[in-house]
Write a protein that binds this ligand. Structure first.
Ligand SMILES: Nc1ncnc2c1ncn2[C@@H]1O[C@H](COP(=O)(O)OP(=O)(O)OP(=O)(O)O)[C@@H](O)[C@H]1O
Ligand SMILES: [Mg+2]
Length: 503
């Protein structure tokens, strides 16, 4: 046909991807004659053109070549990597194979060999579709009875989703009297008497270490890095306040102002137990941490996390969200502190829930919290470590790797914890990134060259497209497909559009 490209043979194609393939080594003439004698042709060269008799679209015998698997890959470009099992939420399609792509982090752990933990980390520049993918995931997991807690929604994006599912969001900030005690005993109070003394001791130790971490992270948010001496003093104060040192059979409810009061007005027993020479020495040494806690009580978050909790998590709701959008005017640090307090509160409540069902805990905008400092990273790290035991899928939404690694000098312990945090998220969902950020990610997540190439290229072609990489398995390029209902519910650009129309 005029102008039609000349048909290429397999040999031509293979030569495009590597060296020209060699034909199969010829067998000796004697072999040919023997085979000819034994295998006489009983059918035409294309087979019989009849049903059940086989028919070959190309002339037999086929030419046979030898080539390496590397070159052969060029002939079969559509060979995909091993697909993930078709269980759980159907997210969208695998761009390479066109097949459906599913995600069920807990199943991937249970099926063995695929993932070691069910946690997910999503990385990507703003507006790439991270939160939309989270919403698609949790709505689709809801059909399997999996419920979700949004541990702090800075922009109030999840509120319409919760309302559409018939749940009432917890709204913190101006105009509401909702308050969450950062040092809440949560479900521990009701379950305490049902436990053996051994279990009570274990739970109390874990609770006090969480609170210690939280208070240290909060002090750090005020610009003071607590020392080991401060840690010891905070631990001693928490022990006393909760009633662990005086053989009390019930735990006493406490709050941040109680801790501050003990540090600011110590009784002789406290400074003596902590081996200070005098009350003055105690006050002088612990002044920075005491003042840091005082700032929390009187600062922009006053009244929100420093008194008894007035809200309750509804465990039966398919989606519980804590809307922080009314706190936005109080500044970035205040928001980050709020996320830290909520994170600690939700993880205690989620870990000790009675039903034993799988729960998704979403930490959207988690990068804000991690920027507070190494102690904040350590808090999230501790919460993630528990998740495999507690049937929780923790989802962290981050922008870039430096959100994690900027917490300390390279090679420092803080950076080591931050790298560990990535390892605690087997499921990494990588949305579009600039080249430099992508290179950092590729390094930390051991991405292959072609995966890095896609991260700065193919991933950016459409919103909601990402590389899904589960540990060291090869990544899948996946397009999240949102339903019309989901798009309407979660249109985070809606405000931009209305503003433009009103202009
Ligand atoms: N898969 C998708 N298909 C179509 N539209 C999408 C898809 N994913 C996201 N969008 C649209 O893109 C916009 C931004 O998405 P989204 O808020 O999820 O981004 P984000 O990465 O969470 O941004 P940020 O970092 O600012 O929170 C939304 O209006 C959303 O409707
Ligand atoms: Mg978002």
């Amino acid at each position: 046909m005029p102008g039609h490209a000349q048909e290429r043979t397999a040999a031509d194609l293979l030569a495009t991807f590597g060296g020209a393939p060699s034909p199969r080594p010829a067998t000796g003439p004697g072999d040919h004659s023997r085979r000819d004698r034994m295998n006489r042709r009983t059918a035409p060269r294309r087979g019989h053109a009849r049903i059940g008799h086989g028919w070959s679209p190309v002339l037999a015998p086929l030419p046979v070549y030898h080539a390496s698997t590397h070159d052969i890959g060029g002939l079969f470009p559509l060979l995909g990597s091993r697909p993930t099992p078709a269980v759980g939420a159907r997210i969208g399609y695998d761009v390479d194979s066109g097949g459906a792509f599913y995600c069920h982090p807990v199943e991937l752990v249970l099926r063995g060999g695929y993932a070691t933990n069910p946690n997910m980390a999503l990385f990507g520049e703003p507006g790439r579709g991270k939160s939309s993918t989270v919403v698609a995931f949790l709505l689709r997991m809801a059909s399997f009875g999996v419920r979700t807690v949004i541990s702090g929604d800075v922009k109030g994006e999840y509120t319409p989703v919760a309302r559409a599912l018939g749940a009432t969001p917890i709204v913190l900030g101006a105009g509401t009297n909702a308050r969450i005690n950062a040092l809440d005993l949560g479900p521990l109070t009701t379950r305490w008497n049902t436990w053996s003394v051994h279990r009570q001791r274990d739970e109390l130790t874990s609770l006090l270490s969480r609170w210690g971490q939280l208070l240290a992270a909060l002090a750090e948010s005020q610009g003071y890095a607590p020392t080991v001496t401060d840690d010891a003093a905070l631990a001693a104060v928490l022990h006393r306040l909760v009633g662990a040192t005086d053989g009390n059979t019930h735990l006493r409810p406490i709050s941040i102002p109680d801790v501050h009061r003990q540090l600011a007005e110590p009784d002789p027993q406290l400074w003596h137990d902590l081996r200070y020479a005098s009350r003055r020495a105690f006050l002088d040494q612990l002044r920075p941490v005491t003042d840091a806690l005082a700032n929390l009580i009187s600062g922009p978050l006053a009244g929100l996390f420093d008194g008894p909790t007035t809200v309750d998590l509804d465990w039966n709701a398919p989606l519980q969200t804590m809307d922080l959008s009314r706190l936005r005017s109080r500044g970035d640090t205040a928001i980050a502190i709020a996320l830290t307090c909520l994170g600690a509160w939700t993880s205690l409540a989620t870990d000790l829930r009675a039903d034993g069902d799988i729960r998704i805990v979403v930490r959207d905008e988690c990068w804000r919290q991690l920027r507070l400092g190494p102690r904040a990273v350590a808090t999230v790290d501790a919460e993630l470590r528990l998740s495999r035991l507690e049937q929780t899928i923790q989802i962290l939404v981050l922008h870039k790797l430096s959100d994690l690694l900027s917490v300390g000098a390279s090679g420092s312990q803080a950076v080591a914890i931050a790298r560990d945090l990535i390892a605690l998220c087997s499921h990494r969902v990588l949305f579009g990134q600039s080249t430099r950020v992508a290179e950092d990610l590729a390094d930390a997540l051991a991405l292959t060259g072609p995966e890095l190439h896609r991260l700065t290229g193919a991933v950016n072609e459409r919103r909601g497209r990402a590389l899904w990489k589960v540990e060291n398995h090869s990544a899948h390029l996946v397009q999240t497909v949102l339903s019309g209902f989901e798009k309407r519910l979660f249109d985070t650009n809606a405000q931009l559009r209305t503003r433009r129309k009103g202009r």
